[in-house]
Each structure stands twice: as C-alpha cells, then as structure tokens.
Design a protein around this ligand. Structure first.
Ligand code: TRP
Length: 334
C-alpha cells in the first residue's frame, strides 16, 4: 500500500520560534514514517510582504537547518525551497484563472495583512491563497497539517480543486484533507506579552516569542517578563488567565505532561516559580536542537545539497501533475 502524501510549509519571513516548533515541526517529525512527506520553505509566499534580500536568503537556509536539527530526516522526507520547483508558479497562474476575486476577498488573512501593510497591498498578497493551493495540489497531497489560521485557505484549496475537477471527465487533483492539530495539543501558542493573540515569528516585539535559537538567559528573561494577571493561583483558564494558561500549555507540550499534571505540580506555588521552571525546561529542551543547528549550518554546501535533492524529488511529482493539468486545459505540450 502506498503511504499518504503529506505536505506543509513555513514562510521564511522571520526567525523560527517555539510556536512554529510546537505547532508544526514537532508534529511533522512524528509523521515521517507513516507518510510520504514534503516540507517546503515557502519563499515565494514570503515576498508578498517586503523582505530584505540578505535576510530572506539567510533565513531560508536557517529554517532549512532547523528542520534538519529538529529531526526532519532527508532520507525519509523531501525538504525543499519553493522557488526551486518552478511548477509552483506555473500552476498558480493556471489556478489564478479559476479562482474568483470574491472568494479571495473573503480571506481573513488578506484583510489582516492589508491593514498591517497598508502601503503595500500587492496583487501577490491578494492571490497568496492560490499559490498555496498550487503548493498542495501539485503533490496530490492527502493531508495538509496547518494551524487553525490557515483553515480558510485550505477550504479554498478544496473548492478550487473540486471546481477544476468538475470541468473534466477524470479528476485531475486529489481534494486534500485539512489536518489541524487540536488546540489542546498546542497548535495555538500565544504571544507572551499579549496572550490573546497568536505567537508570531514576524512580531516586531521579540519579547513576544521564544526564538528557537534564543540563548538560555534570553529565554529565562522573556518568560520572566511574560504577561500574567493580578491573581495568585496557578490554574488553567484561557479566558480569565490567558497568560498563565499559555505558560501552562507550553510547559505541558514540552514536558509531555498533561495540563492537569502540570497544574498539580505548581499547586501552592507562585507565578514566578512557573516562569523560572518553564524557562529552564525550555532552554534545556532546545539545547540539543541548537547544537545540531550550529553543526548543520556551518556546512552550507552540504545543506544546499540536501535542498537540491529535496527539490529534485519534489519536482518529479510536481511535473507529473502540471503536465496532466496542461493537457486537460488545452496547452500544447512541447
Ligand atoms: N500559508 C501558510 C502559513 O502562513 C504557509 C504555506 C504556504 C503552506 N504554502 C503552504 C502551509 C502549503 C501548508 C501547505 O502558515
């Protein structure tokens, strides 16, 4: 039996932080044996917001090294840079001609980003979800693990695929299933200073997130500064104690203990105890990942070779789909 195909990606638009690790990479590592996995660095998505070229280049390689350092194994999974597989851009164009302005106008991420980047509401930002649909449909992906904020884009992908398929006698695309980790498993790690919004790697305030490469002292300092409430009791209540609950969630995911167990551990203790213990726990947990990262990142030629290999594997699958699409819509094949 062939394994299901699983595809996901991260934008190299900021330095990876613990929310990316807990919400995405940590889960990807576990899915590698039972799925045919493709993990992409979606640099074409990243440029929908203006990027400094040197930073973009460095971050793309940093994140690739962090995938590897966290346990994504290039012998099991394909790790590749989106722009290395030109089929993404080609299919995105074709899909642009099937997606409606009205559907894209409804995307909440577009509305959010248009307000935060009001001076640069470019066409790419608008059709971003179509490129994402191309990423997914090119590989006939069965499963697409994403955070809850991407659910709307996945539904659009399903609509585009279904509409496209309906035009032809034979279905061209597999209609993918969203694979959204339940909140309790840590798919939503919140900002440290504003625990009502999601932790984001592109946040201007670096105190809001724990970077995967943060120094242990920085980690401790950021947790100590984390916003809590004026109460005293350590309990899990995401409405009235969003800050403390977020710290408990991170503690739970990193320690592998249930929230109840963690709450019990801290019975009678103060917020300060939780912050310090959490800081130490996270620093210790990240240490081997950081050590791996610095070892892998030193050898850029080897890292690029792994990415070239990943792109080659991805291209093989992408080409087959693109050809099927071109044939179906009446493009003369060379
Ligand atoms: N839009 C996703 C995000 O911001 C990143 C992404 C792009 C993606 N293409 C994808 C995720 C394909 C999953 C599959 O998180």
């Amino acid at each position: 039996m062939t394994k299901p195909t699983l595809l996901s990606g991260i934008q190299p638009s900021g330095d990876l932080m613990i929310g990316n690790y807990i919400g995405s990479i940590k889960n990807w590592v576990k899915m590698q044996d039972t799925n045919n996995c493709l993990f992409s660095l979606v640099n074409m998505h990243a440029i929908t917001v203006e990027q400094n070229p040197e930073d973009l280049k460095k971050r793309t390689l940093d994140i690739a090294a962090l995938y590897l350092a966290s346990g994504i194994d290039p012998d099991k999974s394909s790790i590749f840079i989106q722009s290395h597989v030109s089929e993404h851009a080609e299919l995105a164009w074709i899909l642009n001609c099937t997606a409606y302005m009205g559907e894209l106008n409804r995307m909440t991420q577009f509305k959010d980003k248009s307000s935060t980047h009001a001076q640069n509401i470019n066409v790419g930002l608008f059709s971003y979800p179509v490129l994402m649909a191309a990423d997914i449909l090119l590989y006939q992906a069965d499963k697409v693990p994403v955070g809850a904020d991407q659910k709307q884009h996945l539904e659009l992908t399903r609509d585009i695929a279904t509409r496209f398929n309906n035009r032809f006698e034979q279905p061209i695309f597999k209609v993918p299933e969203p694979f959204i980790a339940p909140t309790t498993a840590g798919s939503r790690i919140m900002s440290l200073q504003d625990p009502t919004s999601k932790m984001s790697k592109s946040d201007a305030n670096t105190n809001n997130f724990i970077g995967l490469l943060d120094h242990p002292k920085t980690i401790l300092k950021k947790f100590k500064k984390a916003q809590t409430d004026s109460g005293l009791e350590i309990s899990y209540d995401t409405v009235n104690k969003a800050g403390v609950s977020n710290l408990l969630t991170i503690y739970s995911v990193i320690s592998g203990k249930s929230i109840e167990q963690v709450v019990k551990n801290f019975e009678g203790k103060m917020y300060g105890h939780l912050k310090v213990e959490l800081g130490e726990l996270v620093a210790e947990y990240l240490k081997p990942i950081q050590d791996n990262f610095y070892r892998i990142r030193k050898d850029e030629a080897e890292l690029k070779a792994i990415l070239a290999q990943g792109a080659k594997q991805a291209k093989n699958q992408a080409q087959a789909t693109l050809q099927k699409v071109q044939q179906a819509i009446g493009f003369v094949l060379p």
